[in-house]
Design a protein around this ligand. Structure first.
Ligand code: PB1
Length: 345
């Protein structure tokens, strides 16, 4: 004798029109129905290269990441290439700093040296060079300062960023990536590259880069913490989504070849809107603080490193990023390799 609840349930189940769980029943069906792909080729590994020799110095705030001298960088890059990682993004730590950041355009500096060495070792590896002054200035800001007010001078910084970009292109960089958030930086760098004979070198614009609380570990790794103040007078307010879209549109107008949103995890809405508004390749940067926060939870046993990392990367891809700059690049490429072997989803 069926009770009222059982009768009702029986009517409901027989009347069920759709059963979405049918496609989640087995790993094979889940693979078939998977909507968002994550491949090693879509990952870009940030690397810190410093002056000196025989240095592979772990970064305390970013477990698994190191500062490399050029001679020690090669073996790390070989691993990335073997794992199929799409590209590397180089940041320089110079031997000396000054108010203008002149070590940035020194052809003997760590980044040009690393570019030449890596191009010799692995000619096919895509090398992206971050273009900014903050790693090279003794005050840690991304541009030159007004002596009286301490403000970052936009127009005076542009030719210096252009010199850095040309120095990296001269060394053989495949792509330059201006991250200073100066108005007009893409146009200035494009003009300088063309005049210097680098018409074919693309620009990956850090188009929507927010004044985020999640850059701390990077600043420790790159020794680029501002000596005073902050970057809110040139990086975007996290509250301003529409302003970010205006910045992206300006970089497209100035000739950007690729666009970036940064950080990533807290800015999936911006990634989605930029994806829907523009057709250029879209890169998202999962920044140091996003990585460090997850790793801290992993170290406390609160998160499963592999599952949490891959989920965070899938989310960025699902939001619309074609490529992801991530400190998980090597680990994720390895997990993806293993998964393609054991078929786990
Ligand atoms: O991983 C990160 O936190 C990236 C930090 C990023 C590098 N482009 C900038 C963060 C900062 O504002 O210090 C560096 C600015 N040129």
């Amino acid at each position: 004798m069926l009770t009222t609840i059982e009768r009702t349930t029986e009517r409901t189940t027989t009347a069920l029109v759709s059963r979405p769980r049918r496609l989640r029943r087995t790993p094979a069906l889940r693979r078939l129905a998977c909507e968002t792909e994550l491949r090693a080729e879509q990952l870009i590994a940030p690397l810190f290269v410093m002056a000196g020799t025989d240095i592979a110095r772990p970064i305390g705030s970013m477990p698994g990441q190191s500062q490399w001298s050029v001679d020690r960088l090669g073996a790390e890059v070989d691993e990335l290439v073997d794992l199929g990682v799409g590209a590397v993004l180089l940041f320089g730590l110079p031997a000396t700093k000054d108010a203008l950041g002149s070590a940035g355009w020194d052809p003997a500096g760590p980044v040009p040296q690393a570019i030449r060495a890596l191009k010799q070792r692995t000619p096919d590896l895509v090398i992206i060079a971050d273009v900014c002054l903050c790693e090279y200035t003794d005050h840690g800001h991304c541009g030159v300062l007004d002596d009286a007010t301490g403000a970052v001078l936009n127009d005076e910084t542009l030719p210096l960023l252009a010199r850095v970009a040309v120095a990296y292109a001269d060394a053989g960089a495949d792509i330059v990536a201006p991250s200073a958030m100066m108005d007009g930086q893409v146009a200035a760098i494009r003009a300088a590259l063309d005049v210097a004979g680098h018409r074919e070198v693309p620009i990956l614009a850090y188009a929507a880069k927010f004044a985020s609380a999640f850059y701390g570990p990077f600043r420790e790794a790159a020794d680029s913490t501002p000596a005073f103040g902050d970057r809110r007078a040139y990086q975007l307010d996290p509250a301003n989504g529409r302003e970010a879209l205006r910045e992206v549109a300006l970089d497209v107008e100035e000739g950007a070849d690729m666009l970036m949103v940064k950080p990533a995890g807290l800015y999936l809405d911006i990634i989605r809107q930029v994806r829907d508004l523009h057709t250029l390749p879209l890169v998202a940067y999962q920044v140091s603080g996003e990585y460090a926060a997850q790793q801290a939870a992993v170290e406390r046993g609160w998160l499963d490193e592999r599952r949490a990392a891959l989920e965070s990367l899938i989310a960025i891809r699902r939001a619309g990023a074609d490529l992801i700059i991530t400190y998980y690049a090597k680990a994720a490429a390895r997990w993806l390799q293993e998964r393609s072997v054991d078929g786990r989803r």
